[in-house]
Write a new protein. Structure first.
Length: 617
């Protein structure tokens, strides 16, 4: 945690005042108590603000919005506390701009920290004019890569949530500067393009290893930058599709409007680059495994030779099984499968979002605002390998929810809360947990990217990089996409066997575990792969703030929200009816933001047209 805890009092005063004000655009920095000349004297000053940029993302006003914007509009969770009418309206697709949940100021505060570091770090290490002899350009470049990447992540959340947002790359140091800036919104796809150009350069001089596990998982390095790029390229590729029909105007450097054919080619290039970045990230996991194998030559053969770095349940019994998969992913913190996660120690950084929105611990598990949705749990009692939701032998059911037959329709969430987990019967998750311990949520890390993300991002990019009718029998990449997806399904259903294993009952056999699953018989297509990826992502990432963004990405790719909402998510028809255009999937701009920078007040921002009707006059 040391890189989060370096923020001392002076920086707190310089950057921490006035952040909750509604009166200044982007609500970032204070006015005039300490001058810039008193600061940025050595590398310690720069490290303090760098730490503040990371620390800001751990704050509840950021993580709660990640959860609200990326999860609560989906079909993963149901409202448990009916006094939370703002969440109820959100889930009913009645988005009111006056709700503080749409205030993006905390994200711009983090962005401003990044901008401060990027500007001053460059100036402090100008060759021949270094302000700190021990801090030179070679020392600065890895930090620069970190801040470019962290700023990109902040913006990536904003683009996925609002689509078009103000794009600010220059720091703001006073309220007057903030008021005078009044920046217009930039198209989200254009922002992603610029950020990816920066990341392509930054990854070349980013650090590979900080020397300790918490820094390697909690600060951006080459591995996590490749993960971020893989995700962003996937999004950019989808946003470029059907651009004209969505009302976007895309131009080249000369200002000429790009034709549909050019945009489709750019989109295909994005999907290919997403695959390449995912491969670069996966190569680090293979490298880790190879090094481990060298150090332990007698190590047992991996459960999956294609992806030997995947953790599997190691028990050969079926009853009272200790779930070492859950322990590795969620209890250990910064696990071998982790790529980038927000770091909490429970004292200096406290994860309060989980206990506020999901569950808390008070002599046992206490469900808070949200509980599980029957869309995920409804098939568990009857189906072993359902297309949607958790099946009867999917350990993720019990890793995610404190599931019992009594609360089956709305079980409490305990993912990332329960500190140890044993499963009663691997052949029937409905028998529940045989033992568990709850130790609170204050120091639970927040996962941003882990190995499962990269495997499924690559599988999705493969599915989108070819025609939907492309058959795995004729395309090895599509076949690999199915292998990536089925590997995660396999490790999450340890009681299932391939169909060739006739020693177990037919209920416990699944063709998804067959090596030739994608190519047997008539084969499976890229379109089928995309659908499978989406259902696997839903099971894998419940409560991680990703499900709604997945739905929006598919709507961007097709420009057909009604069809996507009908086929990919379980929502009431009245809710689907309120989201017939692409803009209905995105958040409104917070009303207080418009009072400062809205066109009606002499500014440049216009409200999301779908939610304008809920704006107060």
């Amino acid at each position: 945690m040391k890189f989060y805890n370096r923020l001392f009092l002076v920086v707190g005063l310089l950057f921490g005042m006035g952040m909750t004000s509604c009166e200044d655009y982007l609500t970032v920095l204070p006015t005039n108590s300490i001058t810039e000349d008193d600061f940025w004297k050595d590398k310690n000053d720069l490290d303090n603000v760098r730490s503040a940029a990371y620390k800001k993302m751990t704050d509840a006003d950021v993580t709660s919005r990640i959860l609200i914007w990326g999860e609560l509009r989906s079909d993963n969770l149901s409202l448990n506390d009916m006094t939370q009418t703002n969440i109820q309206h959100l889930q009913q697709a009645i988005l009111q701009p006056t709700e503080d949940m749409f205030n993006w100021a905390p994200f711009y505060t983090g962005i401003n920290y990044c901008n401060q570091v990027l500007e001053h770090g460059e100036a402090m290490t100008e060759p021949g004019n270094e302000v700190d002899p021990s801090f030179r350009r070679g020392d600065w470049n890895p930090i620069k890569a970190e801040m470019i990447s962290l700023r990109a992540l902040y913006y990536f959340y904003l683009v996925r949530s609002f689509r078009n947002v103000p794009y600010v790359t220059k720091s703001v140091t006073t309220d007057a500067e903030a008021m005078n800036s009044r920046v217009a919104a930039t198209q989200g796809v254009v922002i992603l393009n610029d950020l990816l150009s920066q990341l392509e350069e930054a990854v070349t001089y980013a650090a590979e290893d900080y020397g300790n596990n918490s820094d390697n998982k909690g600060r951006f390095n080459k591995r996590s930058i490749y993960a971020l790029m893989a995700d962003m390229y996937l999004w950019q590729g989808c946003m470029l599709l059907n651009s004209t029909a969505k009302g976007d105007v895309m131009t080249n450097a000369a200002g000429d409007t790009l034709a549909t054919d050019s945009l489709n080619t750019m989109s295909a290039d994005c999907f290919q680059r997403s695959i390449e970045c995912a491969d670069a990230c996966l190569a680090y996991f293979q490298q880790d495994y190879d090094e481990l194998l060298d150090e332990n030559p007698g190590m047992s053969a991996p459960e999956n030779e294609r992806y030997p770095y995947l953790t599997y349940v190691t028990s050969f019994a079926h009853e009272n099984v200790y779930d070492n998969v859950y322990n590795s992913l969620w209890v250990s913190k910064n696990s071998t499968e982790s790529i980038f996660e927000l770091q909490y120690d429970g004292v200096n950084t406290v994860n309060s979002t989980i206990r506020t929105y999901l569950s808390s611990v008070d002599n046992g598990l206490v469900p808070e605002y949200m509980v599980g949705n029957n869309a995920l749990t409804g098939s568990a009692s009857a189906t072993y390998a359902p297309e949607r939701g958790f099946g009867k032998v999917d350990i993720r059911l019990l890793e995610t929810f404190n599931y019992t037959t009594a609360n089956a329709s709305q079980p409490p969430v305990h993912k990332n809360i329960v500190s140890s987990l044993s499963i009663s019967n691997l052949e029937d998750m409905t028998e529940g947990i045989s033992s568990s311990n709850y130790s609170g949520t204050n120091n639970a890390n927040w996962p941003v990217y882990r190995l499962s993300d990269i495997m499924l991002i690559k599988a999705e990019a493969i599915a989108r990089s070819v025609a939907s009718t492309t058959n795995a029998k004729n395309d090895e990449n599509v076949n690999e996409g199915f292998h990536l997806c089925n590997a995660l399904f396999d490790r999450s259903n340890p009681a299932l066997e391939p169909t060739t294993n006739t020693s177990v009952s037919s209920d416990l056999r699944s063709d998804r575990l067959n090596e030739d699953y994608a190519t047997a018989g008539n084969g499976h297509t890229a379109g089928e792969l995309l659908t499978m990826v989406y259902y696997e992502r839903q099971r894998e990432f419940v409560t991680e703030g990703k499900r709604w963004f997945d739905i929006v990405r598919q709507c961007e790719a097709t420009n057909d929200p009604p069809e996507v909402l009908q086929n990919y998510i379980t929502l009431a028809s009245a809710v689907r009816g309120r989201m017939r255009t692409i803009w209905a999937l995105y958040n409104p701009i917070y009303s207080e933001e418009l009072r400062v920078n809205g066109v009606e007040y002499g500014g440049q921002l216009e409200q999301n047209p779908v939610w304008e009707r809920y704006s107060s006059n």
